[in-house]
Design a protein around this ligand. Structure first.
Ligand code: SF4
Length: 264
């Protein structure tokens, strides 16, 4: 009973999220799809097809855990802003929170969950966090962009193992971040630093990976090549781009429509 009731709740939450973020914007590429599969991007944003393989119950619950953790971390930054940057709560509430001395001051202002649009590349998406760090210079803050990723123990361990990780392993995460960086350049000028904050769902370890800024230009090249490829129609199967890795097909919402070869 509980599983079914929770499932119905998740369907409602997903529909709310779809309406808020994507309704009327179906023709844009999703920044979060960077580097995963060119065919999938084509089905999603060029054909605007309905998913043939929506996530199963267990996958939906896993995704929900990620969403909740995102919201929680972002809420902690909003609370920090309320205490030190005086931008949301009323004075009396701010005062009470400050007296409790619940967090340390870092000379940083946070902006969470903002939209970026890149019309010339037909890409839009939502970054997790931008911080303006005034600790070195109060007139010229360092602008840092962060993406939060929740991950299971196995893939978390791979990311931080020099033996197990491969250069391609996190390329999609870095291209996604680079896409947000590209969108934010217009607003902030150059981005000083980009990072992924990985959260291990199995043991709650958090680690930051600084991502080279060259991924901003990589992301520009990537989306340019996607537009070029799609102008010629549905891309063929090509390991490395369609899809980037075999595991992606296992989670793909267009798998039946796509019908990938068995080795995928
Ligand atoms: S099934 Fe695989 S190859 Fe086909 S669209 Fe999905 S991820 Fe790409």
């Amino acid at each position: 009973m509980f599983e079914n009731i929770y499932q119905d709740y998740l369907l409602v939450k997903n529909e709310e999220n779809r309406k808020a973020r994507y309704d009327g914007n179906e023709g844009w590429y999703h920044a979060s799809g960077a580097g995963l599969c060119s065919r999938k991007l084509y089905f999603e944003s060029v054909e605007k097809a309905q998913p043939t393989n929506p996530p199963n119950k267990s996958s939906m619950r896993k995704m929900r855990v990620g969403t909740i953790l995102h919201e929680d971390i972002q809420n902690s930054l909003i609370l920090y802003n309320n205490i030190y940057n005086n931008n949301i709560l009323q004075d009396n509430i701010k005062h009470d929170i400050s007296q409790n001395n619940i967090t340390q001051e870092y000379n940083v202002k946070f902006d969470v969950e903002g939209e970026i649009r890149l019309p010339s590349l037909n890409v839009r998406g939502f970054y997790d966090v931008v911080s303006k760090d005034f600790s070195a210079d109060k007139d010229a803050p360092k602008v840092k962009l962060y993406d939060i990723k929740t991950t299971a123990n196995f893939s978390f361990a791979r990311k931080f193992s020099s033996k197990l990780s491969s250069p391609q392993e996190n390329r999609n995460h870095y291209l996604q971040l680079g896409t947000y960086g590209l969108g934010l350049r217009e607003k902030y000028g150059d981005i000083d630093q980009m990072s992924v904050i990985y959260y291990n769902k199995d043991n709650s370890t958090m680690r930051e990976v600084v991502v080279p800024n060259m991924f901003i230009d990589e992301a520009k090249r990537y989306w340019y090549s996607i537009n070029e490829e799609h102008s010629r129609g549905l891309p063929g199967f090509n390991f490395g781009t369609s899809p980037a890795n075999a595991w992606i097909c296992g989670y793909c919402q267009f798998k039946s429509r796509c019908n990938p070869p068995p080795k995928f």
